[in-house]
Design a protein around this ligand. Sequence first.
Ligand code: XIL
Length: 381
Amino acid sequence: MRRRNFLGLSAMSGVGIFGGAHYLLNSCNVVKAASQADFMVQGTDPLKVRAAAKNIIYGATTHLEKLQKDPAFAQQFVKECGILVPEGELKWRSLRPSSTTFNFQSADVLLQYCQQNNLLMRGHTLVWHSSIPDWFAGTVTTQNAEQILVDHITTVVNHYKGKLHSWDVVNEAINVPDGNPDGLRTSPWLSLLGPRYLDIAFKTTATVDPSALRVYNEFGLDYGNSSSVQKRTATLKLLERLLNNGSPVQALGIQAHIWSRDMPKYFNPASFKQFLKDVASLGLKILITELDVADVDLPLDIPSRDLLIATSYQQYLDVALAEPAVIALLTWGLSDRYTWISDYYPRSDGAPVRPLPLDAQLQRKLAWNAIAGALDRAPKR
Ligand code: XIL
């Protein structure tokens, strides 16, 4: 297993750029060029098949519109994915045209698509500080906030009762720099209801549909630097508090929006492994919910760039998938043809971004190999 030793990087190791070529440092600090050959995998099985062999679910996010308007993309989606998560269709801005109405149209079509194509579906997301509709500020008050939250969750969860794999019940509730007790984010829900909004959300979801796995979903947990570590500590504290209160959270969703540029500086395999273990020891499952690798500040040259992106996928997933509590892996998109990174984290040179497993022509990239290889190496659940 030369390759495993070679890529089994210690906390001291990293990826460097020397004279325009890209190298990995192994734990003895021997510089060795990473090459495409380091990402070779057996056979051509799609990601969902490799995942299923380990009792892991692989899938991705998409907007309904992409599946409807782009049959070639839809074909690849169904081929590679065992689970779909709507990218916007279940967020408040889509579901809630007004304070008294619900519009399930797009999400219902997505569910039907999943059912017809043998895909599971996740729900994202019932409670979030973002995607708040314009009517919210003028309508929701401290007097009616609890009722509006409970009504929303009851109606939406009931609409999909028994049909979803899991719900991101609460998304992104922590932001340590806000300075609130327990690191909670200053969100409309915290301002209106205090920390108990999380308890209300998990309890209501469990009562209405006990069958969907209830997930607390968070970003910024990936690195070993102080902001990530503080957020990990706050996350563990929140999960423990919820469990102690009898608020039935069942899993942590780790978004995993990573930047290849930052991996050598900040990714610490040992501390990430320990964090996963700490979560698992609370009796919780873990889902990697939104993985992608931003290529901000990476070289323009595509072979070099793809090698660095694939290396980031491999380093991250070799640690994540080694933890048996990790039961699902989703990338935030499948093909570079459609990715939020183009809008949110574009490259400064304006070149098209390459954060996902398939390229914009829907061909498998080195990142695909990195994911496939990590799934092949993962222990069976
Ligand atoms: C993003 C979508 O990808 C975009 O299309 C949308 O405009 C904004 O939201 N964390 C989350 C996701 O939990 O809901 C976000 O999705 C990406 C970051």
